[in-house]
Design a protein around this ligand. Sequence first.
Ligand code: NAD
Length: 500
Amino acid sequence: MNLLELSALNQRTVGFLTRRVFGNVIDGIERAPVDGRTLPVVDPATDLEIARAPDSAAADVDLAVRSARRAFEDSAWSRMRPADREAVLYRLSTLIEAHADELSALETLQSGKLQGIARMVDVGAGAEFVRYMAGWATKIEGQTMQPSIGFPPGVQYHSWTRREPVGVVAAIVPWNFPLAIALWKVAPALAAGCTVVLKPSPETPLTALRLAELALEAGLPPGALNVVCGGAEAGAALTTHPGVAKISFTGSTATGQHIARSAADALTRLTLELGGKSPLIVLADADVDKAAQGAAMGIFFNQGQVCTAGSRLLIHRSRFDAVVERLAHAAEGMKLGSGFDPSVQLGPLVSQRQMARVLACIDSARQEGATVLTGGRRHGSTGCFVQPTVLVDVNAGMRAVREEIFGPVVCAQPFDTVDEAVRLANDSPYGLAASIWSDDLSAVHRLIPRLEAGTVWVNCHNMLDNNLPLGGVKRSGVGKDLGRAAVESCTELKSVCMAV
Ligand code: NAD
């Protein structure tokens, strides 16, 4: 660990991290895993172990789901006045903000991300999202209907719908925005009156564990939010547990497909936010400087470990060389290093495993004939740093163009007509997001409906809003996070028909 990291650690996180070996949080109590297994949490900037967290088994998951079930059925949470649920969530958002230094330092330590991003996105936007969802607790509503039932003659009916909390929500999240994505799952479920078992990624469990403590401090009843750490074994036990009413998963498409199959028997409700290979489309009229800057942000933000990263750059042939040259120039100027160094623009990837995956994808592109315009190699010999990489001379058959790389690697392709851009953009199993770069309003409006994507940005990329649902089509997922859609997905519509 370098001096900068040590001092940041001491100032912000020492209280929490002195424990070093963490347990799960079940029923409001820290509990060691039943069979004592733990996994290391590693700082990817230094390769040093910073803590250990449970490698939970089915027995730990069972304890957590039973606790959440009890909290749903017996505690006041699901029957609490919506205004009281709102107040607890509001207090939680305030506590997250009050602990912003500590939470963002933990996030940088365990995931490698830049402090500024941890502070602004994971913690800042995460706290705002909890506040936004606090507001929804008092606005969940059904509808009244005018029934046309004509039998028996003379009887009148009154009918309406109620939105009721579904029960225990299993929230399973990845490592790229550990706290923010956990909050995307936890806050709407709690606002709706559900209780939650949260399973963070084994790489990044620390902020989820701290969140469980802050939730208790905010007044959440014990058991309403349990955190069970571990990997695929714990995840599989959670998604197949009969006490779980809904699974809200964010992660890779392969794991999402596996979960969907295992949830099929019980017909457990599912929200799946999965992988992406999002195109960033630069039309002929686009401003090349803005487009190149947007492309750099679109792919290098958070080291490219963003589900909506603009990893396929489709550029009108008349603009191709200008945009790609500027993008390569921007990539070459980026400073790589620890996320705690404020002058650094690109931190490490999350793990050695992820770095090896990204480098293997770059190598496969080389072997298939792509040209590495810039980057393409590991940076340094300690930590998980990969140079920002621009690939050209690529085609839709290459692994690097088809597969989600989840690293700072962009594939740039030219197109001649808008029809060709649409064909290339949609030629992917994924459909998470896309962006269009142009000031030609008519062209933009005509293009938006033709793109197979859950979100389309215009002259921006990776911009999320609490109000705007986020989710994919095709193999990028089912259902939505964020917005009203997220809280409604934690409710079941009950229809009532009364003869009067
Ligand atoms: P992953 O699928 O490997 O793991 C995600 C989570 O699932 C982890 O907590 C993991 O422990 C758990 N898990 C693994 N196997 C499981 C199983 N059999 N049953 C239940 N749970 C299991 O994904 P990752 O590598 O952690 O994250 C990167 C992926 O997440 C990328 O594909 C990225 O696109 C995706 N992602 C999507 C969104 C979105 O909103 N669509 C947002 C962020 C990340």
